[in-house]
Design a protein around this ligand. Structure first.
Ligand SMILES: [Zn+2]
Length: 257
């Protein structure tokens, strides 16, 4: 598998070849610069793709031999949309996972309690969801995740185990923070892009075309288009023969630490 270790081995060998060639004749400096630039490409790809498994194994799918789908909602809780989404889920009697942001829980702990009380899972999506979170030191990342743990423990009395990286970005610092904190990183294998697709019907059709057994669907309970299409989407998922199951149950993982 193409991961950080194999990448370092391959580029180490290529660097060794360049140095060896240099003994037999001048290797242009551009060759070294080209190699350095080429080295950054897989690193950037590995950071950007949560399913790359480049820096750390991230669970991005459930078992594909069962017609099950897990709904996940990131970035809440949100007063405008989370209650509407909870009502839709209640109507269909399905449970979902909410990867919440800590500072939002501290602003609306009763909303987090409502999510929990209505049978949904709450996971860690960092406290700050800071724009530069991916540039934090490992220590600062861990502090941020633990701050979210504390806020959630205060709000509903549980400590999250499942963690979804902000922006889906992974890197060596995050790997260290995840290991030290004992979190299980969770990604997705269907990205709805509901933060950029404003038309609910367009969004729903896009998601419906990607449905598959073991799907972990990334949505946001901050998105008006998701709120607008969720009822119809769930009806379609069920009519297509899928069962919507809570993420921890689909993955057979303990929900909380
Ligand atoms: Zn997010």
């Amino acid at each position: 598998m193409w991961n950080l270790r194999t990448c370092n081995i391959v580029f180490g060998i290529l660097l060794g070849v360049l140095i060896a060639l240099n003994f037999h004749g001048q290797v242009p400096i551009a060759a070294y610069i080209g190699l350095a630039i080429a080295y950054t490409l897989p690193l950037a790809w590995g950071s950007y793709r949560v399913d790359s498994q480049f820096y750390i194994p991230v669970i991005c799918a459930g078992p594909s031999d069962r017609p099950q789908i897990a709904l996940t909602f990131d970035d809440g809780p949100d007063y405008s949309y989370t209650p509407q989404i909870l009502d839709i889920l209640d109507r269909h009697q399905v449970s979902a996972a909410f990867f919440c942001i800590g500072y939002r829980i501290s602003e609306s702990p009763e909303l987090a309690m409502d999510v929990h009380r209505r049978g949904h899972l709450i996971g860690n999506h960092s406290f700050s969801h800071h724009l530069w979170f991916d540039l934090f030191s490992s220590r600062r990342m861990l502090g941020d995740l633990q701050q979210m743990d504390q806020v959630l423990a205060k709000a509903i009395g549980v400590k999250p185990r499942l963690f979804r990286p902000p922006y889906g970005v992974t890197n060596p610092n995050l790997k260290r923070a995840i290991i030290k904190g004992g979190y299980t990183p969770i990604g997705w294998n269907i990205r709805s892009l509901d933060t950029v697709i404003g038309d609910a019907d367009v969004l729903r059709k896009k998601v419906e075309a990607k449905l598959k057994p073991g799907a972990i669907l990334l949505l946001h309970d901050t998105s008006p288009s998701t709120t607008g299409m969720l009822d119809t989407l769930i009806t379609h998922i069920k009519a297509s023969g899928y069962q919507i199951v809570r993420l921890d149950k689909m993955l057979n993982l303990p929900p909380y630490a």
